[in-house]
Write a protein that binds this ligand. Structure first.
Ligand SMILES: Cc1cc2nc3c(=O)[nH]c(=O)nc-3n(C[C@H](O)[C@H](O)[C@H](O)COP(=O)(O)O)c2cc1C
Length: 397
């Protein structure tokens, strides 16, 4: 999909750069996009709806209550391929990060199951405020695409960061997001994520530091590309994305059982879960009392979920993950072969890297010597690069 056949939901907020977004709207119309403009009440103080309705030759929406029987906040966002918020005020960014939906724009954005592109513009002090930065980080971690503002002359007649990104940068981002849009439409994707817990009594277990962030980011990205996604998710405090089917699991055995069910007949399986390799052999029904200086317990192997998936012919294109602390790629290639995977993503988890919501570095390996560096970055950005690469491999396989 490209701009010429895209339907864009454009949210305009109350900032001075609203006038620049009128020019951007004209460019988008000239490129063939269909645009539904939603303005906040404050945006109307800067530019009139007439400007946007003239440019788009379509109705401009400013209130939840104009034709409420048509439930505009759901209809408009559901019909669109991408949502662009420009200029995004500190206020709307804060509302979106916190789930506040008190007008048409913020209600529609909260209901969005389409990619959201945010182009902030504001005074440098507002932009650099820790609250704004924290809100932007929250939105980035949830998979929103941010088009960072630029440094330059601000309306306050000062030089600083906060100018709306140049039109070409916003257009490039829209094109990149749209190129991926619907690329997995009609496809079924199964993803495993998070740690497993192997209990030895009702309150104690063996587990690991995985948070499920990578699998959650992949599930969101696959859903945004139009796939029907099932996420088998181990215990984690992170939120699973709305719009994907979540199958909660706890132990390796539960993950194995879920995987055997939910990967049947899918087009793509991505196994990111950090499955415990061992579990305590004995399980005590009551909490084991604290007595004596030592407690010995025997560990036995858990089912190898990835190897079992590799043995099946109906789990689609199968991508594994390898978290290694030494000789990463050699170990990962051995795993790729031994477990009959189609591809494997390798990350270096030395010194706690790779776990949690921070950045990660990934390399994708396949076949005899296929290799692509996916780079270092936020897990949401890496999820997009990984799916780009996997989709390419799936087309060739
Ligand atoms: C002249 C003027 C210019 C403003 N420019 C911006 C701006 O560029 N960015 C921003 O975040 N807020 C700006 N504000 C503040 C917002 O208009 C204000 O926070 C408002 O509540 C935003 O409403 P909205 O987010 O619903 O559109 C400006 C206010 C005034 C009076």
């Amino acid at each position: 999909m490209n701009l010429a056949n895209a339907r864009i939901f454009l949210g305009v907020c109350g900032g001075i750069a609203a006038y620049k977004v009128a020019a951007l709207t004209s460019t988008l119309v000239q490129r063939g996009a269909t645009i539904d403009v939603v303005m906040t009440a404050e945006a109307e103080r800067f530019v009139t709806p007439l400007t946007f309705s003239s440019l788009t030759a379509r109705e401009v929406y400013t209130s939840l209550w104009d034709a409420p029987e048509r439930i505009p906040h759901i209809r408009l966002i559901r019909d669109a391929d991408v949502a662009l918020v420009a200029p995004a005020t500190a206020n709307v960014i804060a509302k979106l990060a916190n789930g506040i939906a008190d007008d048409l724009l913020t209600s529609a954005l909260l209901a969005a199951r389409i990619p959201i592109v945010i182009a902030p513009a504001m005074n440098d002090a507002m932009y650099e405020h820790p609250a704004t930065q924290a809100n932007l980080a929250t939105l980035r971690a949830r998979g929103c695409e941010l088009v960072d503002p630029e440094r330059g002359f601000l309306a306050e007649r000062e030089i600083g960061i906060g100018r709306l990104a140049a039109e070409e940068r916003i257009l490039e981002t829209l094109e990149r997001v749209l190129a991926r849009r619907r690329s997995l439409s009609g496809k079924r994707v199964a993803i495993t994520a998070g740690p497993t817990r192997e209990p030895f009594d009702p309150v104690r277990f063996i587990s690991n530091a995985s948070t499920g962030a990578t699998g959650i980011a992949l599930a969101r990205e696959a859903m945004l590309r139009g796939a029907d996604v099932t996420l088998m998710l181990g215990p984690t405090l992170l939120e699973a994305p709305a719009g994907v089917r979540v199958v909660p699991i706890s132990s390796a055995q539960e993950l194995y059982d879920a995987a055997m069910t939910w990967t049947t007949g899918v087009d793509l399986t991505i196994a990111t879960a950090a499955v415990a390799d061992w579990r305590p052999e004995a399980y005590a029904d009551e909490k084991v009392p604290k007595q004596g200086e030592e407690l010995a317990t025997r560990l036995v192997r858990t089912p190898d979920v990835l190897a079992a998936l590799g043995q099946r012919d109906n789990a689609g294109f199968l991508v594994g993950f390898a978290a290694e602390t030494e000789d990463h790629e050699a170990h990962a290639r051995a795993k790729l072969r031994a477990k009959r995977l189609d591809a494997i993503a390798v990350n270096d988890v030395r010194d706690g890297r790779g776990f949690g919501t921070g950045e990660n570095t990934l390399v994708l390996l396949w076949g005899e010597n296929g290799r692509r560096e996916l780079g270092t970055g936020e897990k949401s950005a890496l999820a997009a690069s990984l799916l780009d690469a996997v989709e390419e491999l799936m087309r060739c396989s």
